[in-house]
Design a protein around this ligand. Structure first.
Ligand code: GAL
Length: 711
């Protein structure tokens, strides 16, 4: 992902200049990023579990009791402060951290480590009234008011200044405090349903970013296709954020693509701004932010060098209908596991900063999770290599917009909820597992042989969203079809941004890479030539990094790599399904179908079985020395043909894939096998008769987990 690397460099340059010009000059230059310290998350502890607590919302007389009860549940840390700006700075420049200090002390006395948060997700009323320019502006031009959260505009220099100030004061007070273990920046950086700010401040920063990227406006006109509809600009100051609400028809897709890139980098810059403010006074504390699960507007990979730990939030059960009769109570195995596999590969400790403790309040429907499922999710985190799981929240709120949200304690503030008991059970299990930890445990060979790099690219994701071409397409669902199939084969998967080195992986799956650079295609080619097995899927290589089609055959850069031409594709309406056959089986498809013309030496794996292109190829493969490349041009809804074709790739490569029931996940970590049953029927764990079962049992009901070791 050279685009990313290049723009990262450009971005740091812009950021550096802007930082100098805006807030940081008030506080001097931040010190360089702290080195990641292995003692923060000792390997032998494997996983630690904790909980959010909001002292500002409860009477002081209950703090000591609550902290003691958190400890009694077995929790090892407590997380505080992400919405408490008003209580930290009740009036401009008057800081009050004494209440927080008391709670840090209570936590420490109870043996709980502390994560403190920057409160930038909830600016205080005095700030919004004094400086309304800190408020974000939505697509319809309305300024978002005080009265909820995340209304602060990250692009506002005034907001950045106030945020830097409160962060600095917090860090001065707690940055050298051994009781404080780590920091969280903001909360789920996003503007939720309002998505992007269209404020003047955001517009100015977007223009600066474009200036930096293109240098001259004629280059921008070229990249944005200004010759189409006379969309030429004469200078950068004429450019606004592309906004469908203020345009008669679609904006330039290339402008929209740049805006999405800028926004992701703006978010990363805002994280950087806050990390720098904390680091200036913080000694030996780690910094994270709680990214949202599967969120596309903010890209965690852009904060790889800024953060020490990579955490995310996940609420698996909120009324969504998923596969299986119990899917709505169990959550998506694929999404949860995929996010672990993504965050784990960002270079630091990783895990869940928010995991549901029970029923939530914000879904359209809010069912009760399957009894046992919460415990299973925590063990899934364990199996996926997470070092941290935290739950939102300890006490169920008695007021505020989330009062129907469960906590670890019931509404009386003391009785453990069913979810609270599952957290306590999981912590007890982890403590037991720590006794069996072996630093020298080697990854089992058959498992390692299936290791797969799953490449993702946010620019392609943005570009597809801008140019979907069929409402039946979902990039997330497309990714999940492949990911889910990989997990049925019991393959360990690393989800990687493609600027990472994937050359050592036996298998690489790169789904729906709509945008490619010639450099990336060259890396794919040398990977295959070096004996790797590459799987590419439909929509790949349609466009260059600006989102322009190639002046040549469709998907020109990969035609010789995949050994096929792609003369056209089809996208039937929802009422029409097509069919494909592969190895004598017939499968249904509907969202995207590319018709492939294989060259000599390319083998057909699947063929269309109807429509006017019946008999033509839908998936192909070819060998390149010891390596292979497989191209799957069809996108189904149930993922069955994808699963069967992927199995073929592993089998032809001489690697034996398992055949687990979809959503029954089994992974290996630090010597332990971990099975988690997200499927709606019982599953038997693939343990040998001599295996020692440490948690659970051999037969897992839906929502149950087991951990075992093989002799
Ligand atoms: C999260 C958010 C928390 C809380 C929670 C409720 O997305 O970060 O602050 O609102 O949802 O489920």
């Amino acid at each position: 992902m050279l685009i990313l690397v290049e723009s990262k460099t450009r971005f740091s340059a812009v950021c550096f200049v802007l930082l100098l010009l805006s807030t940081t000059c008030l506080y001097g230059q931040p010190e360089p990023a702290a080195m990641r310290n292995p003692d923060w998350f000792p390997k032998k502890d494997m996983l630690t579990i904790g909980v959010y607590y909001y002292p500002e919302a409860w009477p002081e007389s209950q703090w000591a009791r609550d902290m003691a009860n958190i400890r009694k549940l077995g929790m090892e840390f407590v997380h505080m402060g992400e919405f408490a700006w008003y209580f930290m700075e009740p009036e401009e420049g008057k800081f009050d951290f004494d209440w927080l200090e008391k709670n840090v002390e209570l936590a420490a006395r109870n043996g709980l480590k502390v994560i403190l948060c920057t409160p930038s997700g909830a600016p205080p009323i005095w700030l919004s009234r004094e400086h309304p320019e800190i408020l974000m502006v939505d697509a319809e031009g309305r300024t978002m008011d005080h009265g909820s959260r995340e209304q602060g505009d990250w692009s506002s220099p005034v907001y950045r200044e106030y945020v830097t100030k409160i962060d600095t004061e917090l860090a001065k007070r707690f940055g050298n405090d051994k009781r404080v273990w780590g920091w969280q920046i903001d909360n789920e950086l996003s503007h939720y349903g309002r998505r992007f700010s269209y404020s003047k401040a955001a517009t100015l920063r977007f223009r600066d970013w474009l200036r930096e990227k293109y240098g001259r406006v004629d280059r921008l006109n070229q990249a944005w296709g200004g010759a189409f509809w006379s969309l030429m600009y004469q200078n950068f100051d004429q450019i606004d954020i592309p906004n469908a609400e203020t345009l008669v028809a679609d904006p330039s897709p290339h402008a929209a693509l740049d805006f999405r890139r800028w926004f992701a980098q703006e978010a990363a810059g805002y994280i950087q701004l806050q990390a720098d403010a904390i680091r200036r006074y913080s000694k030996n504390q780690w910094i994270t932010t709680n990214f949202m699960s599967m969120h596309e507007d903010v890209n965690p990979a852009l904060s790889e060098r800024t953060l020490d730990a990579f955490t995310w939030t996940h609420y698996p059960v909120h009324g969504e209908l998923l596969d299986g009769s119990l899917g709505f109570r169990l959550g998506s195995a694929s999404i949860m596991s995929f996010m672990h596999d993504f965050m784990r590969n960002l270079g630091g400790p990783s895990g869940l900063m928010e995991l549901q403790p029970g029923q939530v309040n914000w879904g359209e429907y809010n069912p009760w999770p399957q009894p046992g499922a919460i415990h299973m999710w925590i063990l899934r985190a364990f199996g996926a290599g997470a070092q941290i799981v935290c739950t939102y929240r300890y006490r169920q709120p008695l007021f505020g917009s989330e009062l129907y949200h469960k906590g670890l304690a019931e509404t009386d503030g003391v009785t453990p909820s069913p979810g609270g008991r599952e957290y306590a059970q999981a912590m007890a299990d982890v403590i037991k597992l720590r006794q069996h930890y072996r630093a020298d445990a080697a990854e089992p060979r058959a498992y390692a042989a299936r290791r797969t790099a799953f490449l993702i690219n946010f620019d392609s994701r943005y570009d597809i969203e801008i140019h979907k071409q069929t409402a039946r397409w979902s990039t997330e669902a497309h990714w999940m079809r492949y990911y889910r199939a990989l997990k049925t084969m019991m393959a360990p998967v690393d989800v990687l941004a493609d600027d990472r080195d994937f050359s050592k992986y036996p298998f690489v799956v790169a789904p729906a890479y709509q945008l490619v650079t010639q450099e990336l295609v060259a890396r794919w080619k040398s990977y295959v030539a070096g004996g790797g097995h590459l799987v590419l899927t439909c929509r790949t290589a349609q466009k260059d990094e600006h989102g322009h089609l190639w002046e040549g055959p469709w998907a020109e850069p990969i035609v010789d790599l995949i050994g096929a031409k792609i003369p056209f594709y089809d996208t039937p309406p929802p009422a029409v399904n097509g069919h494909v056959t592969a190895e004598g089986q017939t499968y249904t498809w509907g969202s995207w179908g590319e018709i492939l013309d294989p060259a000599g030496g390319t083998k057909i794996l699947a063929q269309y079985a109807d429509q006017f292109y019946s008999g033509r190829a839908a998936a192909v493969t070819r060998n390149v020395g010891r390596g292979s490349v497989t191209y799957i041009g069809v996108d189904t809804e149930d993922g069955e043909v994808e699963r069967s074709l992927l199995r073929g790739v592993y089998q032809r490569a001489g690697v034996n894939p398992s055949d687990l029931k979809p959503d029954f996940l089994v992974d290996w970590r630090d010597g332990f096998w971990v099975g988690t049953n997200f499927a709606s029927d019982p599953q038997a764990i693939p343990a040998s008769p001599r295996a020692q079962i440490l948690v659970g049992q051999r037969q897992l009901a839906p929502g149950q987990a087991a951990v075992w070791v093989e002799p």
